[in-house]
Write a protein that binds this ligand. Structure first.
Ligand code: NDP
Ligand code: OXD
Length: 312
C-alpha cells in the first residue's frame, strides 16, 4: 500500500517528514509512479488535473492545506474521501498572522512607516482596541481560533458564517440575510472563508463600501488570508484610492505567484505577503498523514472530511 505525494514543490521534504514519522511507510513522489495500481493514498496540493484519476485503487486524498479548492477544481477528481489539513501548528500560524495584521493596522503602522521614510515626527490619533470591531468572515477552525486570540486584546468581535452559529464573545451573523448587518458593524474585516462557488469574488468594492467607518482610524481595514479568488484586487485598489478603505493586508491573490507587473505590489496602503499566513509544516503534515492513513486502513471515521457538495 503506497502513498503518493503529488503537486507540492515541497514533495521531497514532505516525503522525508513521513519517513521520519513512520519509517515503514511506502512513499512515492509524483511523477515517479511506476505502478499506479499500488497507490492507495495521496497527499496532494494542486495536483495536475486528471493525475489522481489515473490511480484505480486510490482510497483517500489528504489535502496539504486547510483549503481544498485546489483539489475540487479538478472535474475528474476520484470520488474517494478527501480530508483537509486541520492541525494546531497550522492554526497557531494563522492566529499569529491575523493578530499581527490587526494590531499593525489598528496602530497605524503603515502610515508610521511612511512618516519614518519621510523623517516626519508626527502624532497620529489611535483608537483603543475596545473601540474597534474585528469582523471575521468564516468562523471555522481558523476564524474561531483567531477570535479567541483577539478577544483578550480588547477588540469587539463579530463573525459571519454560512449557517447560524454561536461562538463565545462573538456577535454572530449568517448567510446573505446577515451580511450587510455584519459589515455595518465591522471596522477591521478578516477574511478566512474557503473558496467555493458561493464565495468566489465576494470581496468587491461594493462590499467594502458597506464596512463601518471607525471613529478614529482613517477608515476600515481588510485582511484577506483566505483565498485570492475571493477578492477583486481592482476593487480593493479602487476602494483604497477613494479613501473608502484605509489599508489592506493581502496574503492571497487571484493569480499566484502575483505577476511582478501587478499594481498591488506598489500600493502604499497594502501590506503584501506571498501566501505565507499559515504554511503546512512538513513535520505536522507528516504526522497528520500517518494518522489519517492509519484510520483509513482500520476503517475508522475520518475527521475533517470535506463535504464536496458544500465545497469545503
Ligand atoms: P473551515 O471549513 O473550518 O471554516 C470555513 C468557514 O467559512 C465556516 O465558518 C463556514 O461557515 C464559512 N463559510 C463557508 N462558506 C460560506 C458562505 N457561502 N457564506 C458564509 N460563510 C461561509 O475552514 P478553516 O477555518 O480551516 O479555513 C478557512 C480557509 O482559510 C481555508 O479554506 C483556506 O482557503 C484558508 N487558508 C489560508 C491559508 C493561508 O496561508 N493563507 C492557510 C490555511 C487556510 P459554517 O460555519 O456555517 O460552515
Ligand atoms: C491552506 C493554505 O489552505 O496554506 O492551508 O493555503
Amino acid at each position: 500500500m503506497t502513498t503518493l505525494i503529488i503537486g507540492s514543490e515541497r514533495a521531497s521534504t514532505f516525503a522525508q517528514g513521513v519517513r521520519d514519522a513512520d519509517p515503514s511507510f511506502n512513499i512515492r513522489t509524483w511523477p515517479d509512479v511506476p505502478d499506479p495500481k499500488a497507490i492507495r493514498y495521496a497527499l496532494a496540493w494542486g495536483p495536475p488535473p486528471g493525475e489522481l484519476a489515473k490511480l484505480p485503487n486510490l482510497q483517500l486524498i489528504v489535502s496539504v492545506g486547510a483549503g481544498v479548492d485546489h483539489l475540487l477544481k479538478d472535474p475528474s477528481l476520484p470520488g474517494v474521501p478527501v480530508v483537509r489539513f486541520v492541525d494546531e501548528d497550522l492554526t497557531g500560524r494563522m492566529v499569529s498572522y491575523v493578530a499581527a495584521n490587526v494590531l499593525y493596522h489598528h496602530r497605524r503602522m503603515i502610515e508610521l512607516r511612511e512618516k519614518q521614510a519621510a523623517r516626519t515626527w508626527e502624532y497620529l490619533a489611535e483608537p483603543a482596541a475596545h473601540e474597534l470591531t474585528v469582523g471575521i468572515m468564516g468562523l471555522g477552525v481558523l476564524g474561531q481560533a483567531c477570535a479567541k486570540a483577539l478577544g483578550p486584546l480588547g477588540y469587539k468581535l463579530a463573525g459571519w458564517t454560512r449557517g447560524p452559529k454561536e461562538v463565545a464573545n462573538v456577535k454572530c451573523f449568517a448567510g446573505s440575510a446577515g451580511l450587510d448587518a455584519f459589515l455595518g458593524e465591522t471596522d477591521i474585516l478578516v477574511v478566512l472563508l474557503p473558496l467555493t462557488p458561493d464565495t468566489r469574488g465576494i470581496i468587491t468594492r461594493k462590499l467594502l463600501s458597506k464596512l463601518h467607518r471607525p471613529a478614529i482610524l482613517p477608515g476600515p481595514v481588510l485582511i484577506n488570508a483566505g483565498r485570492g479568488g475571493l477578492q477583486s484586487e481592482d476593487g480593493i485598489i479602487a476602494s483604497l484610492d477613494a479613501g473608502e478603505l484605509y489599508a489592506a493586508s493581502l496574503d492571497v491573490f487571484s493569480t499566484e505567484p502575483l505577476p511582478a507587473s501587478h499594481a498591488v505590489w506598489a500600493h502604499k496602503r497594502i501590506l503584501l505577503t506571498p501566501h505565507i499566513a499559515a504554511e503546512s509544516d512538513p513535520r505536522a503534515i507528516a504526522r497528520y498523514l500517518v494518522a489519517q492513513v492509519g484510520r483509513s486502513k482500520r476503517g475508522e471515521p475520518l475527521p475533517n472530511l470535506v463535504d464536496r457538495a458544500r465545497g469545503y
